[in-house]
Design a protein around this ligand. Structure first.
Ligand code: FAD
Length: 465
C-alpha cells in the first residue's frame, strides 16, 4: 500500500498539514500550482502567502476565541504559528506579521524538511495510485480542480460564493421583546415546513421602527468588490438585504420581514408591521442567524443598523454578514469526523475549503488533517479534540454541529462550544452585586474566561493523551 501523503495546495492549511505529517515521519508530496498557474489574489510564489490583511487577529487567549486558537496551535507545535511568532510586528493585542518574512520562513522550513517534496504544478486530477490525499486548495481553488471536486461531491455540495447573514449569540437576544414561533403551524400544513412550531425567534417592528430601519439600511456604507469579484453578487437569487431594501419601501415587508402568520406573544392584540426572523444555526442552540439578511454592508454599519432591530439592541455577533468569492464544501453532509470524504475516504479536505473562515481557522483544520492522515497511514488513531476546546469546536461545527441546509463559512467563536454551567452573579471589589452596564460587562468577561479556562484544561488533557 502506497504510504505517501499527497497534499494539494501550499497555502496556510496545506503547509501546516505537510509539516505535521512530515514531523510524524510520513513522506509528503506538497503540490502547489503557483507560479505555474496564479490565482486572482496571490501575488508571490511563496507558500502560506497571506492574501489580504497581515493580521492573525486577537492574541488574547483569556477572553477571545481566536486568541484561544492561537494558544492551542502553539501547544500543538504549529509551523504557521511558530513562523508568525518569529515574524511578529507591533499590533497592540493582535498578532500581526511581516507577511514576506512570514511566508519566506514557512517556505524555507518546508523546502528543507527531509520528508517533504514540493511539486510546482496545478493538480487537475487525482491519480489512482494516490492512496492518501489532502485537498487544501482554499477559497480560490483552480477551476479544473473545482470541477473535479464538484463531480466527486455532487455539484450542489460545492459553493463558489458565500452569502453570509449575520449570526448572533442566543444569550444576547432580548426575549422580553422577541418570542419563539414558526411562521406556520406546528404541522407545517401551510408550507410543508414541519418543525416544532417554535423554531424561530421573532423580532417585531411597528411602522415607525420599520421605516427608520429601512432609512438606516439604505444609507449605510457597503464594502467594495475587487475587480475580479465583480461577478460575485446576487448569486442564486441571494440578494443582499440593502439591495432589496432599495427596491421599494415594502419589498422587505413582503419578503424576508413579512409578518404574516406571526402573533407577538408579548402583545397578541397588536399586529407587527414587519418581523425579523432568527433561525437556529448550530445543534448546540447557542447561535442564531438572521434569515434572509445576507449583506455587503461594512462591518461597523452592520452592527449599528442591526442593533436598531427591537430585541437586538445588545446583540453580540458571532460573525457579521458578507458576500465573497469563496469555494467551499457542504462539509456537514460530505465529511466524516476526521475530515474524510464519506464516499472516498482516502481523500481529506483541509483549510478554508471545508467551510471555516480565516487564516488561523484554516491553519487549524490543516493541522488536524495532517495529524489524522499521518495516524491513519501509520495504522494508529487520534482521538478527536474535545468540543470544549477551540480545535474541537471548529472540527465539530463543520462536520456535525452545523445545519447542512444553511451551511455557510464560519470563524471560531465561543458559540461553537457547549454551554457553560451557570456562573455565580458577578460582584464588585466591595463584594456587592454589580448593576446595569457594569454587571453586563463583568458577566460577559466571566463567561469568556470560563470558556477559555475550560478549553485550556480539556485541550491539555487531550494533547497529553
Ligand atoms: C481576497 C481574499 C481576501 C482574504 N482576506 C483574509 C484576511 O484578511 N484575513 C483572513 O483571516 N482571511 C482572509 N481570507 C480568507 C483566506 O483565504 C483564508 O483565511 C486562508 O488563506 C485560507 O487558507 P487555505 O490554506 O485554505 O487557502 P490558501 O491560503 O488560499 O491556499 C490554497 C493554495 O492552493 C493553491 N491551489 C489552488 N488550486 C490548486 C490546484 N488545482 N493545484 C495546486 N495548487 C492549487 C493556491 O495557489 C494556494 O496557494 C481572504 C480570502 C480571499 C479570497
Amino acid at each position: 500500500m502506497e504510504k505517501v501523503l499527497h497534499i494539494i495546495g501550499g497555502g496556510l492549511a496545506g503547509s501546516e498539514a505537510a509539516w505535521q505529517a512530515a514531523q510524524a515521519g510520513i513522506q509528503v508530496v506538497l503540490h502547489e500550482m503557483r507560479p505555474v498557474r496564479k490565482t486572482d489574489a496571490h501575488v508571490t510564489d511563496g507558500l502560506a502567502e497571506l492574501v489580504c490583511s497581515n493580521s492573525f487577529r486577537s492574541d488574547d487567549a483569556e477572553t477571545n476565541a481566536v486568541g484561544l486558537l492561537h494558544a492551542e496551535l502553539r501547544d500543538s507545535e504549529s509551523l504557521i504559528m511558530g513562523c508568525a511568532d518569529a515574524h511578529q510586528v507591533p499590533a497592540g493585542g493582535a498578532l500581526a506579521v511581516d507577511r514576506e518574512g512570514f511566508s519566506e520562513a514557512v517556505t524555507g522550513k518546508i523546502e528543507v524538511h527531509p520528508n517533504i517534496t514540493i511539486e510546482r504544478a496545478e493538480v487537475t486530477d487525482i491519480p489512482a495510485d494516490w492512496q492518501h490525499v489532502i485537498i487544501a486548495t482554499g477559497p480560490l481553488t483552480s477551476p479544473a480542480l473545482s470541477e473535479l471536486i464538484g463531480k466527486m461531491t455532487g455539484s450542489d455540495k460545492l459553493a463558489f460564493f458565500d452569502a453570509i447573514a449575520p449570526i448572533i449569540y442566543r444569550d444576547s437576544i432580548d426575549m422580553d421583546i422577541c418570542w419563539h414561533q414558526s411562521r406556520y403551524d406546528k404541522s407545517g400544513e401551510l408550507t410543508g415546513e414541519g418543525g416544532t412550531g417554535k423554531d424561530y425567534i421573532n423580532c417585531p417592528m411597528d411602522e415607525a421602527q420599520y421605516h427608520a430601519f429601512l432609512d438606516a439600511l439604505i444609507e449605510s456604507d457597503t464594502a467594495d468588490f475587487k475587480d475580479w469579484e465583480e461577478n460575485t453578487p446576487y448569486f442564486n437569487g441571494c440578494l443582499p438585504i440593502e439591495v432589496m431594501a432599495a427596491r421599494g419601501r415594502d419589498t422587505l415587508r413582503h419578503g424576508p420581514m413579512k409578518p404574516r402568520g406571526l402573533t407577538n406573544a408579548h402583545n397578541p392584540d397588536v399586529k407587527a408591521h414587519a418581523v425579523v426572523q432568527l433561525r437556529q444555526d448550530n445543534a448546540l442552540g447557542t447561535l442564531f442567524n438572521m434569515v434572509g439578511f445576507q449583506t455587503k454592508l461594512k462591518y461597523g454599519a452592520q452592527t449599528d443598523v442591526f442593533r436598531l432591530i427591537p430585541g437586538l439592541e445588545d446583540a453580540r455577533f458571532a460573525r457579521l454578514g458578507g458576500l465573497h468569492r469563496n469555494t467551499f464544501l457542504n462539509s456537514p453532509s460530505l465529511l466524516d469526523g476526521e475530515l474524510r470524504l464519506k464516499n472516498a475516504p482516502h481523500i481529506r479536505f483541509a483549510g478554508q475549503i471545508t467551510g471555516v473562515e480565516g487564516y488561523v481557522e484554516s491553519t487549524t483544520i490543516g493541522l488536524m488533517a495532517g495529524r489524522f492522515a499521518a495516524a491513519q497511514i501509520q495504522g494508529s488513531a487520534v482521538a478527536h479534540p474535545p468540543m470544549t476546546s477551540a480545535f474541537g469546536a471548529l472540527l465539530a461545527h463543520i462536520t456535525v454541529n452545523a445545519d447542512a441546509k444553511t451551511f455557510q463559512p464560519m470563524n471560531v467563536n465561543f458559540g461553537l462550544m457547549p454551554e457553560l454551567e451557570p456562573l455565580p452573579a458577578p460582584v464588585g471589589d466591595d463584594g456587592k452585586r454589580l448593576r446595569g452596564k457594569l454587571r453586563m460587562q463583568a458577566k460577559k468577561q466571566a463567561r469568556q474566561r470560563a470558556f477559555t479556562a475550560r478549553a485550556r484544561a480539556d485541550f491539555s488533557s487531550w494533547l497529553q493523551a
